[in-house]
Design a protein around this ligand. Structure first.
Ligand code: ADP
Ligand code: MG
Length: 408
């Protein structure tokens, strides 16, 4: 039995017409003799009647402190609704389709409500249905804890469900169907001339996803990578081939670098971050104060990024929404931080950055041309990060894309 997992995101199931397009993808795979598992997200985006954010709002409007376990049960309804409606659509086309919840599909998770991690998948029930010749629709984004509570996997979690099912079922591939034609060199909402990447390594796409390219969830990529499971990102609304995520190099000589001509694969961005600057020039015991700052952030559960400690100052970033909490923690330690909110982290990602000299110099030059100030920068062997003011995000991303990805 050759199995294909197809995942349909929120915009791919939001209207009747779109669900017909999704159904056509399932029908296409069935006609190629695939046993199909279709993983669905909740319908639409915030404001749409059955979207995840709409469901959350129903409860949090009356009680912001609703318990995470109950919120998970509420959120899980979104995928149940879209799954049932997609099953009905498939049945209209003469397919025998059955709907399984995450728990029924055998997705066992930790009990961390709202951010559960998949512990294992027992695909017995899915296999039984597939063997009986049925298309199995599975609600994405959810699982069940060992003690039977419904859990959710966090934003973008349906991608993770699809990847985990693909691996557990030893599928031929996992296809992520969405509203763009593949993984692109930048978010097309910001950089209009972003290009589709035909092939990309797990590492590059995982880094892009981590740095904010929300076209696929980084955990989904990590799960697929461990088993070398081919992932394809495609559009529900076209027949374009999409992006293949793989480490294999089908058309190249053994040993050749698949992406030898590619210095930077793509650019991702993370808006709404606050830069915190703490002047330590007058402190005698600098190591102690640095240690105290980060220990206090950790104790308060505030995750920090972009840490740079120098003799005169400590700088780091937090999400905008956590900035006032971070400031309060610092003030309690008699520290007066300087806050710059609404910043954005731009990340240039690519395996080709390793050992390439002068990239940072080029970045600085391109941004200086437009008077875009680099508030902070950092680099690893696959990523270069720059922090800019939010008002500079779009222009900076376009300039960097123009310089490194689409040079004239
Ligand atoms: P779905 O509901 O199908 O999961 P998402 O909204 O989660 O869809 O992801 C698709 C969106 O990701 C696109 O509409 C696009 O704006 C955004 N995106 C951000 N970065 C990229 C990128 N590098 N390539 C493609 N899309 C990207
Ligand atoms: Mg998504």
């Amino acid at each position: 039995m050759k199995i294909l997992v197809q995942k349909f995101g929120g915009t791919s199931v939001s209207t009747e017409e779109r669900r017909e397009r999704a159904a056509a993808k399932v029908l296409g795979a069935v006609s190629e003799n695939y046993a199909v598992v279709a993983v669905v997200s909740a319908m639409g985006r915030a404001g749409d009647p059955y979207a995840t954010d709409t469901l959350i709002k129903l409860a949090t409007d009356i009680n912001k402190e609703i318990t995470a376990r109950e919120l998970d049960l509420l959120m899980s309804c979104g995928e149940v609704i879209s799954g049932a409606v997609l099953a009905a659509t498939l049945q209209n086309h003469g397919l025998r389709a059955t709907l399984l919840t995450g728990g029924q599909a055998g997705i066992i998770t930790t009990a961390e409500h709202g951010e559960a991690r998949i512990l294992r998948v027992n695909p017995k029930e899915i296999l039984r249905e597939l063997k009986a010749g049925r298309v199995v629709v599975v609600t994405g984004f959810q699982g069940v804890s060992e003690d039977g509570a419904v859990t959710t996997l966090g934003r973008g979690g349906s991608d993770t469900s699809a990847a985990a099912l693909g691996v557990a079922l030893n599928a031929e591939a996992v296809d992520i169907y969405t509203d763009v034609e593949g993984v692109m060199t930048a978010d097309p909402r910001i950089v209009q001339d972003a290009r589709i990447l035909d092939v990309v390594t797990y590492n590059d796409v995982a880094h892009l996803a981590h740095e904010g390219a929300k076209v696929i969830h980084p955990r989904a990529v990590e799960i697929a990578m461990r088993q070398n499971m081919p992932l394809r990102v495609k559009s529900t609304f076209s027949d374009a081939p999409g992006t293949l995520v793989t480490n294999d190099q089908p058309n190249r000589a053994v040993g050749a670098d698949m992406f030898e001509d590619r210095l930077i694969t793509g650019i991702a961005h993370m808006p709404q971050v606050t830069q915190i600057t703490i002047d330590i020039s007058g402190d005698r015991d600098k190591p102690r104060i640095v240690r105290q700052i980060f220990k206090s952030m950790a104790l308060a559960g505030i995750s920090v990024d972009f840490i740079s400690t120098q003799l005169d100052a400590v700088r780091y970033t937090v999400k905008d929404e956590l900035a006032s909490k971070a400031a309060e923690v610092l003030q309690n330690m008699n520290i007066t931080p300087k806050l710059l909110s609404g910043c954005a982290i731009i990340s240039l990602v690519g395996g080709g950055i390793t050992d390439a000299p002068g990239v940072m110099a080029d970045i600085a030059e391109v941004l200086a041309e437009r008077d875009i100030e680099i508030l902070q920068s950092a680099d690893s062997h696959t990523t270069i990060w720059v922090l800019v003011k939010g008002t500079h995000l779009t222009e900076a991303a376009r300039m960097l894309h123009g310089k490194f990805i689409n040079p004239q």
